[in-house]
Design a protein. Structure first.
Length: 434
């Protein structure tokens, strides 16, 4: 990813230096296990660790790869240059390149997931704080973009919190699913390496042994991982879209924080645009772009091909770096979001009581009027509000068919705003706990 949408902590996971360090640790731990089993001399295993404090020369490895056309062999050649050819002669004993590559990829994905969980926790904390802050801040709920019935801004934040909490659970599960390693040799049969080597390496690196690998770790695990990232990205967009709608000039129920000195337009000095949430919408598209290739990586030829390799070299860093950036950007937006309760009330009352229509409909049916007639009576008066700017309650009070079923006091009671808020605490308890 480009630096503009990258955080250094996540970028570091995918750097060549980090990759080669993990490759080294896999090879060194494998040598230790081989020595413990008596397969190679202990002195040779110990000698490999001389490179533990070394800085692997990325340029040198690239230089060797230019000749060998093989990245793992290039690394092993460079490792031998550091520890000595004789001392390194048992490195990679019985292993195949995918043992190193696949185990490393999964370690990187696990580390990436840990950083993503930090970002998710920041988003969750921000949403919870704003939910309680605006638990009773009334705003109109909308369906199809049209006024529906009253809700609260706190419930909006709580809804997004619950969605992100589900995403956190999904990511924890995806992390566990991808946290496997394989040191099983060519075609995964352990013919030239003891399964105990795999167990030792995985234990040292915080993984569990892949129950059955071919020459690669099964890619359904990775498909699930990237699909989870795609779902999280979609949830980010869900929140971003809501904020973008609220910031529209004719709505203006909330807006992104506009910092001193910030400019909204090169042409129009008055502009305050939702640029951060628009950016989040775009970043979500980039993350989801990784999902289909990850799904297509599941089907490989026989025990192995490398059609998945080029894909993962791109989507691994790109999707995790982008999502990491997006999570922290979203957290910042929510933390600083400017909310306008007065505009929320103004918008809700724009059509003069119209949003209480369902309560009147239900009251009429409970008073003995058929549902069909009740709907007709309420809609007849509602259309006068839409088309002529009338007051809904006044129209109902002036309608003899309505007042034949409901007294003025009963009609008046149906416009009590508190009626719609009576279960807010119950919903909050479900979302956040007692």
């Amino acid at each position: 990813m480009i630096p503009r949408y990258s955080r250094p902590e996540m970028v570091a996971i995918w750097s060549p230096e980090t990759k080669f360090r993990i490759w080294f640790e896999i090879e060194a731990h494998a040598c230790d296990a081989q020595a413990a089993l008596g397969v190679i001399p202990k002195a040779n295993a110990e000698a490999v660790w001389k490179a533990a404090d070394a800085t692997f020369d990325v340029a040198r490895i690239d230089e060797i790869e230019a000749v060998t056309k093989h990245d793992v062999i290039a690394f092993l050649t460079h490792l031998a240059e550091i520890v000595g050819s004789d001392e390194a002669r048992f490195v990679h004993q019985g292993m195949t390149s995918s043992d190193v590559l696949d185990t490393t990829l999964n370690i990187q994905l696990v580390r990436a997931a840990d950083l993503l969980l930090v970002g998710l926790d920041r988003v969750l904390a921000a949403l919870k704080t704003r939910a309680y802050e605006h638990k009773d801040t009334v705003r109109i709920g909308r369906s199809h973009g049209i006024h529906a019935e009253p809700t609260t801004m706190g419930l909006t934040f709580a809804r997004f919190y619950a969605e992100m909490a589900r995403n956190r659970t999904r990511l924890v599960n995806a992390r566990a699913e991808v946290a496997t390693g394989a040191i099983s040799g060519a075609v995964g049969t352990f013919a030239n390496i003891d399964p105990r080597v795999e167990e030792h390496v995985c234990e040292k690196l915080g993984l569990v042994p892949e129950p059955i690998s071919t020459q690669v770790i099964p890619r359904d695990r990775h498909a699930m991982f990237f699909a989870t990232l795609g779902v999280i990205a979609s949830s980010i967009e869900n929140i971003a879209i809501e904020i973008r709608h609220m910031q529209r000039t004719e709505v203006l129920e909330a807006e992104e924080f506009f910092s001193p000195g910030q400019k909204g337009s090169s042409a129009m000095p008055h502009k305050r645009n939702p640029v951060l949430t628009e950016n989040l919408t775009g970043l979500a598209r980039l993350v989801r772009m990784a999902v289909i290739p990850a799904m297509e990586n599941v089907a490989l030829w026989h025990e192995r091909d490398i059609s998945h390799s080029s894909v993962e070299r791109a989507i691994g860093p790109d999707a995790t770096i982008t999502l990491d950036f997006a999570l922290h950007r979203l957290a910042g937006v929510v933390e600083k979001l400017v909310v306008y309760p007065e505009n929320m009330l103004k918008n809700m009352n724009k059509f003069r009581g119209l949003v209480m229509s369902q309560r009147v409909l239900l009251a009429l049916t409970q008073a003995g009027v058929s549902r069909e007639d009740s709907y007709r009576l309420v809609q007849r008066n509602a259309m006068k509000v839409w088309e002529q700017g009338r007051d809904f309650k006044e129209e109902l009070l002036a309608d003899p068919e309505v007042t034949a079923a409901l007294s003025p006091a009963e009609i008046e009671e149906k416009f009590d705003l508190g009626y719609h808020l009576k279960h807010v605490d119950t919903i909050f308890a479900r979302v956040f706990g007692a």
